[in-house]
Design a binder for this molecule. Structure first.
Ligand SMILES: [Fe+2]
Ligand SMILES: [Fe+2]
Length: 171
């Protein structure tokens, strides 16, 4: 009896977060639109300080975004039977982006090849986002699969908030 009571308490505490959070796909698409806007702003400014600020925002957002996908959505997609080839390709694209993100974070506006690195990162992300969002892409397959996108969205939102808080504490 005691076990049952514990379980129902656990479930109750989960409900509010679930109701407030966007579904997994909406949350990730919103992130995609946000970084796209920042990449566009980066392209249209000549100010070094603005470029530094935008690059910092982009790199942080992408680190958190790729991490919540890798920790929560991608494993769920693999478990739901989405093609291994598609998931492997996404992993490799994340790894490529992370290498460039580290190089961008280690430099700043005015450094040799720094602008080009941000531009190429933008192109890599554009390609990767297309693979996730296009017809027949990963997100479409996730919607067709037997996945609880609300539950995954709530989990990702909570993890995202936690990671953002950690990064603010570090700065
Ligand atoms: Fe994504
Ligand atoms: Fe991704």
């Amino acid at each position: 009896m005691a076990v049952t009571e514990t379980r129902s308490t656990t479930r109750k505490t989960k409900t509010p977060a679930r109701a407030a959070a966007p579904d997994a796909i909406k949350l990730l698409k919103d992130d995609h639109r946000q970084v796209e806007a920042w990449f566009d702003e980066f392209e249209s400014t000549n100010s070094g300080s603005k470029k530094n600020k935008l690059a910092t925002q982009i790199c942080l957002a992408l680190r958190v975004h790729t991490q919540i996908e890798e920790e929560i959505l991608y494993p769920a997609c693999r478990e739901a039977g989405i093609e291994e080839d598609m998931m492997d390709e996404a992993d490799v694209e994340h790894d490529g982006a992370k290498k460039l993100i580290a190089e961008i974070e280690a430099g700043s506006a005015g450094d040799d090849h720094w602008d080009a690195k941000v531009k190429v990162l933008g192109e890599m992300i554009k390609h990767h986002v297309k693979e996730e969002e296009q017809r027949g892409g990963m997100f479409a397959k996730a919607k067709q699969a037997d996945l609880d996108l609300n539950e995954l969205g709530a989990e990702m939102k909570a993890r995202k908030d936690e990671l953002m808080k950690q990064s603010k504490r570090r700065n």
